[in-house]
Ligand binder design. Sequence first.
Ligand code: TXA
Ligand code: MG
Length: 316
Amino acid sequence: MIVQPSPEAVARAAEILRAGGLVALPTETVYGLAADARSGEAVARIYEAKGRPRFNPLIAHVADRAAAERVAVFTPLAARLADAFWPGPLTLVLEKRPGAISDLATAGLDSVGVRVPAHPVARAVLDAFGGPLAAPSANRSGAVSPTTAAHVADGLGDRVEFILDGGPCTVGLESAIVDARGDRGVLLRPGGLSRENLEAIAGPLEDPAPAGDRPSAPGMLTSHYAPRARVRLHAEKRRPGEALLGFGGTPGADLDLSPAGDLREAAANLFCMLRDLDAPDITTIAVAPVPETSLGEAINDRLQRASVKRVYNFNL
Ligand code: TXA
Ligand code: MG
């Protein structure tokens, strides 16, 4: 449903978000598909609606710099960039403050992408909601980013119940992403702010280090969380030295992704349970079979990557 952005509509959007639901909203770059970034289950709904076959870390959208400081640790470089370009089409990758954002929203990484959008409707929703919103572009996985409410409705249809119409996006390109954790920034994704503008404030920006097995295309994930222990898939029972991660009530499991067999709950639990089981005395985390349907595809993709990391070293 496409809704015009009245104060009532903004209040309704905040209510849906507080209840763990999805709202598509305009930003100055592209339309985003928003959910409460603190809730793993709400974030799981984003991946489900987009039909993403894998978990990419999502950008946390916040109302202002103070809210950004609550989710991320600012460096002097980050502070300069935020002062110059926020609100606006710049995402900063920074060290994540523990517990501020669900592990699923950051795909298990210790870093978080954070931005303060400039669009008045996005800002109104953030103010009314009062917390960080995870919001990837509001398109089905593999489709182009939407820049009008009608594009969102065409692509996601009834997968999102509430689409706020803020008119066509003025920037029309995704935000530029700068890793600002060090002294020197790394331009992870060129976007709606030019390199020249960024470098005028940040000094010379580095390009992401090329690495054979790492996706280097714009907007692609450049690092993956993987546990230290080995991961064994499709495990029916525990072997000596193993921890067992169950699904759907696996007998004898140390932890169960979802005793009820709910894939959304399993997605929300995945990264924190892998971390919890990744103890020094555990050589291998055995994982019970997870069905390949719906969110199961992305869950299995992540587990598969974790299980082959020693060969392909995805953990660089
Ligand atoms: O303009 C935008 O940024 C739009 C609007 C809606 O804000 N959002 C957007 O989100 O483009 P999405 O999910 O389509 O792209 C986010 C990109 C992903 O490619 C992801 O890999 C990268 O940001 N990213 C997010 N957090 C990251 C992190 N901690 N480290 C490295 N890359 C990260
Ligand atoms: Mg996108």
